[in-house]
Design a protein around this ligand. Structure first.
Ligand SMILES: Nc1ncnc2c1ncn2[C@@H]1O[C@H](COP(=O)(O)OP(=O)(O)O)[C@@H](O)[C@H]1O
Ligand SMILES: O=C(O)[C@@H](O)C(=O)COP(=O)(O)O
Length: 447
């Protein structure tokens, strides 16, 4: 980036963001997404803390380079998502962050009603900024964008399994079109042919779009090198948005700006203790394969929950609890899951409604987590973004330190819990992340 471009960028966009010691403040629309971003920042050499919601009390942010505020704002009505995101923005500004990052899903999880467009719009307005980039790509996990179309591996988004998502079925891979349905402002494209010319050409294109009033720019991204170019071009923007991929490239740019000190082992945690439990409310294709792999290894180790039974009475929940207690007392692996194939999910949703079916599952898994953690579970793996949000809220967790990566996008984290001497080790797995043996291998990483 030339000096003129840097100055011009600050002039058109830097707005009123306070400059402080914390380099990056992020607002994540779900809890697994938050740990995914935090994981990449830690791997980039940033000392990072994840807070659950906007902290009500002051927290110690000394020797912290990045703070990720985890919200549950992906699937709620847009007005609530905007209000929560703006509250997070205000809190982060009070901490004096240099750059803001709105983290959403690498599969652009949203509906025509929002929430990505309306939230990005509200954040730009509040910052007095004129433009932001949209970078959902996460190449190491197979998410890439070409001519504005999102791919998962070699499939277009709408053919990747995401078209069956229980809460936000993604039936259009053209992100310019998807986002245009969520905002009244024009949506631009940074195509790969421009990006390939480097950060200078990228910035020129962004400026040209800004002059035409284009506030949101979907960015093509094929690989890690593209992320590096995007990070170089956007390091001075007040607000960037995307999946966690851009977060893996930004720390090097912060170092180049002289904003980061070198640290050793930014992600070291205490040794894990207590028994191990897996709870899964994700119905994503990857999770379904992980559930099947676990059940093949432990034919008697799994208990399936069904929202239709949960709606009738507490009986199935009590059976699940008894099953988990028995398995844990025998120190055998245990998985409680509601994860089901699309046909089964739609049947439950038809009978109960989408929201009620989801809420019943989330409540059942959360209450199992609360009971079993109280009884000695110390290593808890939760699969699913909404599911993780529900479990973490029920456990009244307020902060997470980020530790070792299990697979790209999923680290172990640790949190102190009232009434427990040792911290709880917690892994929050995004639905579509992780290798097929994730439910087994995650605990080997901790051992
Ligand atoms: N069998 C089921 N029928 C209907 N809804 C379900 C079922 N199992 C899980 N759900 C709901 O589907 C949603 C899955 O979303 P989430 O936890 O974010 O998973 P992912 O990370 O795969 O998107 C949750 O709200 C969950 O409660
Ligand atoms: O960016 C991603 O893909 C993840 O960080 C994420 O947000 C996934 O969401 P869930 O699949 O709902 O966990």
């Amino acid at each position: 980036m030339s000096a003129e471009q840097g100055i011009a960028l600050e002039k058109i966009a830097l707005g009123k963001t306070a400059l402080g010691n914390i380099v990056l403040g992020a607002i994540a629309d779900d809890f697994t997404g938050a740990t995914d971003l935090a994981n990449n920042l830690v791997r980039g050499g940033m000392r990072c803390v994840q807070v659950i919601g906007v902290p009500q009390e002051s927290i110690d942010l000394q020797e912290i380079d990045a703070v990720v505020v985890a919200l549950k704002s992906r699937s709620c009505p847009a007005a609530g998502a905007i209000a929560d995101s703006l509250a997070a923005l205000e809190w982060l500004r009070e901490q004096g962050v240099r750059q803001l990052y709105f983290k959403y899903c690498s599969t652009f999880d949203s509906t025509d009603q929002g929430n990505i467009g309306p939230v990005a719009e509200a954040l730009l307005d509040r910052l007095g900024a004129s433009q932001t980039v949209m970078v959902p790509a996460f190449p190491i996990n197979g998410r890439s964008v070409y001519q504005g179309h999102l791919f998962v591996g070699d499939r277009l988004l709408n053919d990747s399994g995401m078209q069956h998502h229980p809460l936000n079925p993604m039936q259009d891979a053209d992100l310019v079109r998807v986002l245009s349905r969520q905002t009244s402002h024009p949506v631009g494209l940074l195509s790969h042919s421009v990006l390939a010319q480097g950060a200078g050409a990228t910035l020129d294109h962004l400026f040209a779009l800004a002059e035409q009033g284009t506030r949101h720019v979907i960015c093509d991204t094929l690989d890690e090198q593209d992320l590096d170019i995007l990070a170089e071009a956007t390091v001075l923007m007040p607000l960037v948005t995307g999946g966690s991929g851009l977060g893996q490239a930004l720390p090097a740019q912060y170092r180049a700006q002289g904003w980061l000190e070198p640290v050793t082992e930014p992600g070291r945690l205490q040794p894990a203790s207590g028994s191990a439990l897996v709870l899964s409310g994700s119905c994503s294709k990857t999770t379904l394969a992980q559930v099947a792999d676990f059940l093949a290894r432990h034919p008697n180790g799994g208990f399936a929950l069904d929202p239709l039974s949960l709606a009738e009475s507490d009986r199935q929940w009590e059976q699940a609890l008894a099953f988990a207690r028995q398995q844990l007392s025998e120190q055998t692996a245990v998985l409680i899951y509601a994860s089901a194939e699309p046909e089964k999910v739609s049947a439950a949703q038809k009978a109960l409604g989408v929201a009620r079916a989801g809420a019943l599952v989330e409540e059942a898994l959360s209450q199992l987590a609360v009971t079993l953690v109280n009884e000695g579970v110390g290593q808890l793996l939760v699969a699913g973004g909404e599911t993780s949000g529900a479990v973490v809220s029920a456990l009244e967790i307020s902060t997470l330190r980020i530790g070792e990566q299990i697979d790209p996008g999923v680290p172990w984290t640790q949190t102190p819990l009232a009434g427990r001497e040792a911290p709880l080790s917690l892994a929050l797995k995004s639905g579509n992340f992780g290798s097929v043996d994730f439910f087994t291998r995650a605990f080997e990483v901790l051992a």
